[in-house]
Design a protein around this ligand. Structure first.
Ligand code: ATP
Ligand code: ZN
Length: 288
């Protein structure tokens, strides 16, 4: 059997589906077979190793997998070791926050001095406290951290938050940010099989392309020449636009640009106000 490259992804959980979507958007066809530990990619020598997110860094560091997709928070908690963060992937965004019962005063990390703080991320929290020069007691839990204050186990918690609904349901308020996280692509020190180096390269290039084209739009319009500076300013996250002449009209031009950031209705209204007409916003499928 010829060599295959392995990407470790979370089985289920908050990142599993998105990780598979990323791999498929990169043009790799994933066969979901009976074996739910290892999925084969049918059009490239790649397998997906589906495991618990906490195990992903270890698998990549030990060379059991060549790449991994995991929350930056998991990487941070474990210590980066021999791993490299290749790129952020733009999904699984969340913040690690300090939260306290509603009504409790908080004026910076100083307010945590001497308190008991419950968390599933003791090492990350401990570094946060150290940086702030604050001594507090860390209560390490495996989960359900948000109930700790009600059970009088702790006076504060440190946990991942995306919408804040869980905090609110437990009478807690987020008061500080320990770190920002999202899913990242990690790799170990070396690709196990030299033959697979070009496959590894293509994974990185294609993932970059998918991440870059997320939210990016191709925008076209006609505009008076005089409004070009203003229009370039309005286009969100665009480099220098392409400007081409319009047949039979010396005062107007066609403007084309790739916008890296979201194009909202407000953007279109501003372009209209600057004199643009026939504005088209097109999705970008692939970008390299
Ligand atoms: P596993 O069974 O694989 O160990 P888990 O319960 O540890 O799963 P999940 O809850 O699925 O993990 O979260 C996986 C990752 O999703 C987190 O490490 C984090 O990077 C990201 N994430 C995004 N939003 C949130 C959130 N609101 N709460 C927790 N994690 C979040
Ligand atoms: Zn986990």
């Amino acid at each position: 059997m010829s060599a295959r490259l392995r990407i470790a992804v979370q089985r289920g959980g908050r990142l599993g589906t998105k990780s598979l979507e990323l791999v498929e958007s990169a043009g790799f066809r994933v066969m979901r077979g009976a074996n739910d530990l290892l999925y084969r990619v049918e059009n490239a020598p790649i397998d997906l190793l589906c495991v618990r997110d906490d195990d992903i860094p270890t698998f990549v560091e030990d060379g059991v997998a060549d790449f991994g997709i995991v929350g930056r928070n998991v990487l941070e908690e474990r210590g980066v070791g021999g791993l490299t963060e290749v790129m952020p992937l733009g999904f699984g965004r969340c913040d690690m926050k300090i939260a306290v019962p509603a009504g409790r005063a908080y004026s910076g990390a100083e307010s945590l001095r001497g308190l008991r703080i419950a968390t599933t991320y003791p090492r990350t929290l401990s570094r946060f406290l150290e940086r702030a020069g604050v001594e507090a007691e860390i209560v390490s839990m495996r989960g359900a951290v948000e109930v700790a204050p009600r059970l009088k186990l702790a006076q504060a918690i440190c946990d991942l938050v995306s919408t804040g609904a869980t905090l609110e349901a437990n009478g807690l308020v987020a008061v500080d940010t320990v770190m920002r996280s999202e899913a990242v692509l990690i790799r170990g020190a070396r690709i196990a099989d030299a033959e697979l180096a070009h496959v590894a390269e293509s994974i990185v290039q294609r993932f970059r392309g998918v991440a870059a084209s997320q939210g990016a739009k191709y925008v076209m319009m006609n505009a008076p020449k005089a409004s070009l500076p203003e229009i370039s300013r309005i286009l969100p996250g665009a480099g220098a636009p392409t400007v081409t002449p319009l047949a039979g009209n010396d005062d107007a031009v066609a403007v084309h640009a790739v916008c890296q950031e979201s194009v909202f209705w407000e953007t279109l209204e501003a372009l209209r106000a600057a004199g643009a007409s026939a504005i088209l916003v097109l999705p970008i499928e692939k970008m390299m």
